[in-house]
Design a protein around this ligand. Structure first.
Ligand code: NAD
Ligand code: MG
Length: 403
C-alpha cells in the first residue's frame, strides 16, 4: 500500500482527536494509581496533560515519564529542585506549589480526576470546574466543605461531575434523573469498617495501624480512618445531598459488611434498584473514565454463589457518633459542614500521628462544632476563613488532649 505523507498526517490527527486528554490531581494516591492502572491498559487512548502529588517526587516523576505527561506538579514547594532533577532531559514541565496545582487543573484536559485528599483539593477542582471540564470526583471533602459554591460553579460553567465514590457512582448509575419525584429514598451502604462489631470499651485503645486496615477496600490513610470511625459515611451523606436532587430526610445509611451492594435507590412503587460488584475502585473509576460508555476492567467479576450471603445491619450511633453528628451538620447547613470537615481532618491526622486516641476524633469534631457559632456562607472566602479558624481551634483541642 502506498501511503502519502499527508495521509499519514491525517491518520495521526485522527488518532490525536480520539485520544482523551486527561489530568489527574493526586495521581500518586490510591485513586490516582487505580486510574493510571486503567489508562496503562490502553495508553494510546489517552494523552496525559498533568499529574500532581503532594510530596512523593519519586512516584510522581516515574508516573510522568511512564505516561509521557506534559506537566508534573509537586504541591510541596521545597521539593521543586528534586522534581526538576528527576525530570531533567524528559521534556516534561516540572512545577511546584499551590498555584501550580491550579495551573495543572487549568490545562485543557477534557477529563480531570479530582483525587487529592482533603480540602486541599478544593481550589484545583474549582479551577477545572470553572473551565467546564468533566470532573471525575473522588475528593468528597471539597463537596462537604464548599458544596453550595461548587455546585453553583458547576451550573454556571456547564461542567460535568461524575461521582467516583463507589456509593455515589452506584447511585449515579441507578438514579432516574428525569423523574426525581419517583424516588422515595437513597440508601448508602457502609462496610462498617474494621470495628463495626468491636465493643465500645475496646475502641479507646484502637491504634492507627489497626484503624487503617480496612476489611474490603485498599485506600489512603485518611479515608481508611474515616471508614473506621464511620465519619466517611457521614461525609458521604453530605456528598449525596449535593450530588443528587433529594431532600435531607431521603438519605439513609445501612451497614453491609461484604461491600457488594454499593448503594440503593428506592422508588415510590416499592422497587429498589441496587448496583453490585466486587469491591474494586477500578469499576467506579472506569465508569467515569469511559462515560457515557462502559469499559472493560480487570476487576474480579462478581460470583454471588462464592459469596453466599449478604448481610445488613442498622448502624449503632452510640459507638459511631459521627453518624449523628453529620446528620445534624447537614440539617444546620451554612458553615457547619465546613467546620465538620476541617475539624475532622485535623483530628484524623492527629490520630495518625499518635497524638490522640481513636475515640478522641469524634470528641474533637463534636467539641469544635459546639464551640463555633454557625453562620450563613456568602462567598468562597468565607469557606477559607471558616476552614482556617476551625483548624486553629481543633489543633488547640488536640494539644489539650496530648498528655
Ligand atoms: P491517598 O492518600 O492515597 O492519595 C491522596 C493524593 O492526594 C496523593 O496523590 C497525595 O500526594 C495528594 N495530596 C495529599 N495532600 C495533598 C496536598 N495538601 N496538596 C496536594 N496534593 C495532596 O488518598 P485516596 O485514598 O486516593 O483518596 C483520595 C480522595 O478520594 C479522598 O478524598 C477520598 O475520600 C476519596 N475516595 C477514595 C477512595 C479509595 O478507595 N481510596 C474511595 C472513595 C473516595
Ligand atoms: Mg465511599
Amino acid at each position: 500500500m502506498n501511503i502519502t505523507l499527508s495521509e499519514i498526517d491525517h491518520l495521526k490527527m485522527a488518532k490525536a482527536t480520539n485520544e482523551k486528554q486527561v489530568t489527574i490531581l493526586g495521581s500518586t494516591g490510591s485513586i490516582g494509581c487505580n486510574t493510571l492502572d486503567l489508562i496503562s491498559r490502553d495508553k494510546d487512548g489517552y494523552n496525559l496533560k498533568a499529574l500532581t502529588a503532594h510530596k512523593n517526587v519519586k512516584k510522581l516523576s516515574e508516573q510522568a515519564v511512564e505516561f509521557n505527561a506534559e506537566m508534573a506538579v509537586i504541591a510541596d514547594e521545597t521539593l521543586f529542585d528534586d522534581l526538576k532533577s528527576a525530570l531533567a532531559g524528559t521534556g516534561i514541565i516540572a512545577a511546584a506549589g499551590k498555584e501550580a496545582l491550579n495551573e495543572a487543573a487549568d490545562m485543557p484536559a477534557d477529563w480531570v480526576m479530582s483525587s487529592i485528599v482533603g480540602a486541599a483539593g478544593l481550589k484545583p477542582t474549582l479551577t477545572a470546574i470553572r473551565r467546564g471540564a468533566t470532573i471525575a470526583l473522588a475528593n468528597k471533602e471539597c463537596l462537604v466543605c464548599a458544596g453550595d459554591f461548587m455546585m453553583d460553579q458547576v451550573k454556571e460553567s456547564g461542567a460535568t461531575i461524575l461521582p467516583v465514590d463507589s456509593e455515589h457512582n452506584a447511585i449515579f448509575q441507578i438514579f432516574d434523573f428525569e423523574h426525581p419525584e419517583s424516588i422515595e429514598k437513597i440508601t448508602l451502604t457502609a462496610s462498617g469498617g474494621p470495628f463495626y462489631n468491636t465493643d465500645i470499651a475496646e475502641m479507646e485503645a484502637i491504634t492507627p495501624t489497626e484503624a487503617v486496615l480496612h476489611p474490603n477496600w485498599s485506600m489512603g490513610a485518611k479515608i481508611s480512618v474515616d471508614s473506621a470511625t464511620m465519619m466517611n459515611k457521614g461525609l458521604e451523606l453530605i456528598e449525596a445531598y449535593y450530588l443528587f436532587p433529594v431532600d435531607k430526610d431521603q438519605l439513609d445509611i445501612i451497614i453491609h459488611p461484604q461491600s457488594i451492594i454499593h448503594s440503593m435507590v428506592s422508588y415510590i412503587d416499592g422497587s429498589v434498584l441496587a448496583q453490585l460488584g466486587t469491591p474494586d475502585m477500578r469499576t467506579p473509576i472506569s465508569y467515569t473514565l469511559g462515560w457515557p460508555d462502559r469499559m472493560n476492567t480487570p476487576s474480579k467479576k462478581l460470583d454471588l454463589t462464592e459469596i453466599g450471603e449478604l448481610n445488613f445491619i442498622k448502624p449503632d450511633e452510640e459507638r459511631f457518633p459521627s453518624l449523628n453528628i453529620t446528620r445534624q451538620v447537614l440539617q444546620n447547613g451554612g458553615s457547619a459542614p465546613t467546620i465538620l470537615n476541617a475539624s475532622n481532618e485535623v483530628a484524623v491526622y492527629a490520630f495518625l500521628e499518635g497524638k490522640i486516641g481513636f475515640l478522641d476524633i469524634a470528641r474533637i469534631v463534636e467539641e469544635t462544632l459546639n464551640k463555633i457559632t454557625f453562620h450563613t456562607m456568602n462567598s468562597l472566602s468565607d469557606v477559607h476563613e471558616v476552614d482556617e479558624d476551625t483548624r486553629r481551634l481543633s489543633k488547640q483541642l488536640v494539644t489539650g488532649i496530648i498528655k
